[in-house]
Structure formats: structure tokens, C-alpha cells
Design a protein around this ligand. Structure first.
Ligand SMILES: [Zn+2]
Length: 244
């Protein structure tokens, strides 16, 4: 097969055999794939630091089912601003692990590629904001078909007006106050801001207050965990460095 070029974000990388590296890439054109970079561990000439997690690269590869073969890679950006800041590193690591764990192999998802690159750019440019993390998560779930329904109770189906008191059900569903008696409260402000996250594609357009951030966070954490069979490794690190 002929080699082809595509833009990609490195989701994960590990050493393989004596001198190779196996990388998981989120490519713009082919979706998620795993590939082997021969000699990448021994010789820095061909790949250099291009195969570090969350690097954005222009990669030349032969796409195969199972394991693709990387021929070379040019760095678009390593996001140096992220790599200078421990919290930004934690958040970027979390974002790429989330994509790695949720996305099936070989499903091109350009909207998700744009969302992930926008988030990495945002983290690269400045102070990592908790609001941006929640903005990323809400849109991430939406793009993958797990949009949180804010307007109706997920159990009884009753319509929830803007001013209604909502509750977070197990697995991050929105419930009415009666179905979700024991769930954490999701107030009208948190619900409205979550709705705005889905209505705009721009980071920085939505800023949560401390209370709405907590409420939206509980809901989103539940929704994300609901579709995973084991917890995310990066969350452990993130919890150590991120104040709640
Ligand atoms: Zn209900």
C-alpha cells in the first residue's frame, strides 16, 4: 500500500521491542489508529519528539488494519505552553486519554478533532480554567452521541422549564426533583450554562460560577464514568493537582 499523509494528535505512546515505539494517533482523516514507529526509540532523527502525548503532527503512514506503519512525522506543534505548566499537562493528558478510551478505531470524527485541537490550543495559550474543562467535556459527550438532555427528566420524561430544580442521577442523567430526590442538585444557572456550552463552539464563551461549576462537574463526571468500564488513569493525577 502507498503511504499517505494526515494530520494527527498523539493520544498515547509506548516503547515496543528494542528500538520501536507504538503510538495511538487520532488522525483527522482516518480517525483513531495504532501504529508502529520503527527505530523511533533508538534514533531521534526520523521522529524526534513528534511522538510525545498530545503533540500535533503531520504524519506519513501506511494505514493497515490492526497496526499501521509510521514512515515519518513533522511537528505542527508540541504545545510548549502546556508542557511548562503541571496543571495544563494534567488536563491535556486527561483530554487525550478521554478521546483514546471513548473513540472506536477507524472512525473519522473531524468535529471531535477540532474540539480537541481547540482545547489544546486554549491550554497552550494561558491559565487552565476549570470552565474550559467542563466546556470540553459537554461538547465531547455531545459529539459522540451522549448529549446530556437538559429539558426533560431522563426517568419520567416530564418537561423541565428553565427555572426548574434539576437533580443529577447516577450515570450523569438529568432528573426532576421528584425522580432524583437523593441526587445532587443541578440549579437553573448550571443547566443554562451547560446548554450554552452546547450552543457555542468557542472556548472562553462560557464561564461557570463556583457553584454552577461544582454542579455541572458532578453531572459531567457521572456521565463520563457511565460509559467507561474502568476509571481513567489521568483522573488520579488530575485530582491531585486540581482544586475542586
Ligand atoms: Zn422525573
Amino acid at each position: 500500500m502507498e503511504p499517505t499523509r494526515t494530520e494527527a494528535i498523539v493520544l498515547a505512546a509506548m516503547d515496543y521491542r528494542e528500538s520501536d515505539r507504538i503510538v495511538t494517533l487520532f488522525t483527522l482523516q482516518y480517525g483513531k489508529l495504532r501504529g508502529v514507529a520503527k527505530g523511533a526509540k533508538r534514533s531521534a532523527r526520523r521522529f524526534g519528539p513528534a511522538l510525545e502525548p498530545f503533540a500535533r503532527i503531520d504524519v506519513e503512514l501506511v494505514v493497515r488494519e490492526g497496526l499501521s506503519s509510521l514512515r515519518g512525522a513533522d511537528i505542527v506543534t508540541l504545545y510548549p505552553g502546556i508542557r511548562r505548566d503541571l496543571r495544563a499537562i494534567g488536563l491535556a493528558g486527561y483530554a487525550v486519554e478521554l478521546v483514546d478510551r471513548y473513540l472506536p478505531d477507524g472512525a473519522p470524527t473531524p468535529r471531535l478533532f477540532r474540539l480537541l485541537s481547540s482545547y489544546l490550543e486554549r491550554l497552550d495559550q494561558g491559565e487552565p480554567l476549570p470552565s474550559d474543562r467542563r466546556f470540553f467535556e459537554a461538547n465531547f459527550l455531545n459529539i459522540l452521541g451522549y448529549r446530556i438532555s437538559l429539558d426533560h427528566c431522563a426517568s419520567c420524561g416530564v418537561e423541565l422549564p428553565a427555572t426548574a430544580e434539576r437533580r443529577a442521577g447516577a450515570s450523569g442523567m438529568i432528573l426532576c426533583a421528584s425522580c432524583g430526590r437523593y441526587g445532587a442538585s443541578v440549579g437553573p444557572e448550571a443547566a443554562a450554562l451547560l446548554g450554552r456550552c452546547l450552543a457555542t463552539g468557542r472556548f472562553g464563551a462560557v464561564l461557570f460560577s463556583p457553584q454552577s461549576l461544582r454542579e455541572a462537574g458532578t453531572l459531567l463526571d457521572g456521565a463520563i464514568a457511565a460509559h467507561l468500564t474502568r476509571p481513567l488513569n489521568s483522573l488520579v493525577f488530575l485530582k491531585q493537582i486540581e482544586p475542586d
